[in-house]
Design a protein around this ligand. Structure first.
Ligand code: ADP
Ligand code: ZN
Ligand code: ZN
Length: 756
């Protein structure tokens, strides 16, 4: 019969645990299960699994129905014999995947971000690692062109042949079988049938990743004096110890080139480097350029198959890859001989993960560098105010590239006030100034980039007379009108509603203000029928290959106007681009977030940086309904220092980051009442712990910015404090208990980026 006995937790309380298996004298291990629980569990370690070691991945029966769950051994020899416990099912590693230093990093992340250790570890080791690692890959060749395909083909067979044919037209052949299957929704059976029909040939060959090639292109130019000076400082720092450098370099000042040469020094010293870039920069030619000019670069991106991912992982771990380039999760790359971490565009919000563990890759990079005793280089044209503040406090070393390469001028920015520029009563997105400049650019045979920040053929519904805006009743988010269904829709809960005939607040005419890409595509086609436009947004760009196709088309001059979302704001380097249009600078301003001004400033400066990267110079048109907004005004003058000065003063007087740290708690439940009660219990508890401290302030509980999401009500409690360490260490051991008391789902976000 199963007995019930108390169990240890990470914190101070005991919880009850159902035991299942008799274990007379067997070995017992502590396991952190990769699920959202703030405690570890004891399991019996069957002798057939060999030696138990901390860090090994296992599968254990867990929760209701004993589902097989991923876990990590966190204690290899728990005391206490004769206990009745469930047993570890399966051992996934021969040796622990993480070395001591990464293990230490995991512990820090778990404590700092108040995230369960099992979830942290699962985020650090890709699931595919250790499984199907194959030294060879199967590739597929197309044997017959469409003309020779039999007429009777199953739909799956046809789709597969189409994919192969499409790839051949783009000069890509053969295709990796695994990738082909993943994209074509076809099975191995389908392929086998095509092979039998002599339409496709399969071949096994040793796995060679183009990115891990030894070949290195020569340097096309010498560094300029500014770059040399910065590099010489970095070179000194490379000798160690830990140090944070912040490289503030205007757009096209040659930052990437500096990263590249610094990384080369690291490689020359037989060490490895990690370069973090925002996900959307991964497919850009900047990254391709880096990969071509450094030997054995592992480029990690979301399009990798499990096998590719685990192959790269091993190449990094075993020291074959010299350099890792990737998005935020690349900060966990298992380089055992690390010499440098570079974080490009360190201000990017996408470095913050918005699911557990809610870590910020820039800050984790800094912590990792500290543990490894190596320098870390943060780079940006518009450093985050957090990083700037740290530099001013003397915690980071500030390096500058104040000029564009080859003495190129910064692009000239023009303000276009939409109120005066669009025809009243017509839905127009391209004002007179932008239209005129576009025409001139096209006449000169040059190229333009247009930035939009919304996708879809959709519009906001608002009243120009009284500023009323249509919102979702479930989620308190703006409703978006979709042409296709002729209804307004909420992107959070999918609720739909009819358009009101007149403004419900003042009775006057309402306006559909569309910021959709398709909408501007239509307007461009109408206004510039002779120009070729291409779109780049998350609807059209679902794989790195698609990125590359659009980039290549634009680079080759087949496309005149590239329009897109944030994706076009970063990392593009095309000499023929002389005009950039910001279709609406206001969408970022409209977000109720203390960083709205900072984001707007960054976005405008970043996208403006795409213009005039060669001798022809460049211009930028910034369309706005709020011409006097300071963020826009400073951006127009490229005045980062002025913006930072003004914004820091505001933050200081409002008691906001970077002068305080935020910890955001959310309680979530189907019942609004339960969610509120949870918030109240939490607040009471926390105020009890920290109430007396002048340094710690709690605000709330109150309705969250987005009150209801997918049927769940949300309350938030915000903690402002000078030194979050006290709060974190006090909470680390209490999270399990706390989440039980709250009796609603409890979310903790340390250093939140998204405040909605
Ligand atoms: P950033 O990262 O600051 O935007 P990049 O390193 O991408 O700048 O450089 C911008 C462009 O200038 C790139 O096309 C790059 O090849 C080129 N470039 C960089 N450094 C030099 C240099 N010293 N001389 C000439 N061209 C350079
Ligand atoms: Zn909704
Ligand atoms: Zn109105």
């Amino acid at each position: 019969m199963a007995s019930v006995r108390p169990r240890r937790t990470i914190g101070s309380v005991s919880v009850l645990f159902q035991d299942k298996v008799d274990s007379p004298g067997g070995k017992v291990v502590g396991v952190a299960v990769a699920t959202n629980v703030w405690q570890t569990y004891d399991y019996l370690w069957p002798p057939r699994l060999g030696a138990a070691k901390v860090g090994l991945r296992v599968r254990v029966p867990f929760g209701r129905g004993d589902r097989k769950s991923l876990g990590f051994v966190v204690e290899s020899d728990r005391r206490g014999g004769g206990r009745q416990l469930k047993a570890v099912d399966e051992l996934l590693d021969a040796e622990p995947q993480l070395d001591e230093r990464l293990w230490e990093l995991a512990g820090w992340i778990s404590r700092y971000y108040l995230a369960p250790m099992g979830m942290v570890l699962a985020a650090m080791v890709p699931a595919a690692v250790g499984r199907h690692v194959r030294r060879s890959q199967t590739v597929a060749y197309l044997l017959e062109g469409p003309a020779d395909w039999p007429r009777r083909l199953g739909p799956r067979q046809r789709r597969l042949l189409d994919s192969l044919h499409e790839a051949r037209k783009q000069g890509i052949e053969p295709l990796d079988l695994e990738e082909l299957l993943a994209h074509g929704e076809a099975s191995r059976d389908t392929v086998r049938r095509l092979v039998q029909r002599n339409l496709v040939r399969l071949e096994d060959r040793p796995r060679t990743l183009e990115q891990l090639s030894e070949a290195v292109e020569a340097d096309p130019f010498e560094l300029n004096d500014d770059q040399k000076q910065v590099l010489s400082v970095i070179r000194q720092r490379l000798a160690g110890p830990f140090q944070v450098m912040l490289l503030h370099g205007v757009t096209a000042s040659g930052k990437t080139e500096v990263y590249l040469r610094a990384i080369r020094e690291v490689i020359a010293a037989d060490r490895q480097a990690i370069l973090l870039v925002p996900e959307i920069a991964l497919a850009t030619q900047t990254v391709q350029r880096l990969a071509r000019r450094l030997p054995r670069v592992a480029v990690l991106h979301s399009g990798l198959t499990g096998a590719q991912r685990s192959f790269q992982y091993e190449q990094i771990r075993d020291g074959h890859a010299t350099t890792v380039i990737g998005p935020r999760s690349a900060v966990f790359a298992p380089a055992r001989n690390l010499g440098l971490i570079v974080v490009d565009e360190e201000q990017e919000g996408s470095y913050k993960q918005d699911t557990v563990p809610r870590y910020h890759a820039r800050d984790v990079a800094i912590k990792r560098a500290a543990i490894e005793g190596v320098p870390v280089l943060l780079g940006s044209a518009t450093p985050s105010l957090e990083s700037l503040h740290n530099a001013r406090q003397g915690r980071y070393e500030l390096l500058r590239l104040p000029r564009r390469i080859r003495g190129l001028p910064l692009p000239k920015l023009h303000l276009s006030e939409l109120r005066k520029e669009v025809t009243p009563g017509r839905v127009e997105l391209i004002g007179k100034t932008l239209q005129r400049k576009l025409a001139e650019t096209l006449d000169r045979g040059e190229q333009a980039i247009l930035l939009m920040n919304r996708r879809g053929y959709a519009s906001y519904v608002f009243c120009p007379s009284c500023n009323w805006q249509m919102g979702c009743e479930n989620c308190s988010r703006p409703m978006v009108f979709h042409q296709a269904i002729r209804l307004a829709m909420c992107h959070y809960c999918q609720a739909t509603a009819e358009l009101p005939e007149v403004c419900p607040a003042c009775g006057r005419k309402i306006l559909l203000f569309g910021l959709g890409i398709q909408r501007i595509e239509a307007e461009l086609a109408r206004k510039f029928p002779q120009a070729a436009a291409a779109r780049m947004d998350s609807d059209t760009m679902t794989s790195p290959k698609q990125f590359r196709r659009v980039f290549d088309g634009f680079a080759a001059g087949e496309v005149d106007i590239l329009l897109g979302t944030q994706m076009v704001a970063k990392g593009l380097d095309f000499p023929k681009v002389t005009l950039v249009g910001v279709v609406s600078a206001d969408t970022a301003l409209a977000i109720p977030d203390f960083r709205a001004g900072e984001r707007t400033f960054q976005l405008v400066v970043q996208v403006a940086g795409r213009a005039g990267r060669a001798e022809r110079g460049g211009e930028v048109v910034v369309q706005t309904w709020h011409p006097s907004d300071p963020a826009i005004q400073f951006a127009l003058r490229h005045d980062y220092d002025g913006f930072a000065e003004a914004e820091l003063a505001l933050r200081a007087s409002a008691g906001m980051p970077p002068f305080v740290r935020l910890v955001r708690f959310i309680t979530r439940h189907r019942s609004a009442d339960r969610a509120r009660r949870g918030g109240e219990i939490l607040a009471e508890h926390l105020r009890g712990l920290f109430g007396g401290e002048a340094d710690v302030k709690f605000i709330g509980p109150m309705q969250a910015g987005i009150f209801k999401v997918r049927g769940q009500f949300r309350f938030e409690l915000n903690c402002h404090c000078r030194r979050p360490g006290r709060l974190q260490s006090a909470l680390a051991g209490r999270m399990h208990e706390l989440s039980k008391q709250v009796a609603a789902e409890l979310i903790v976000d340390v250093d939140p980026v998204n405040l909605l």
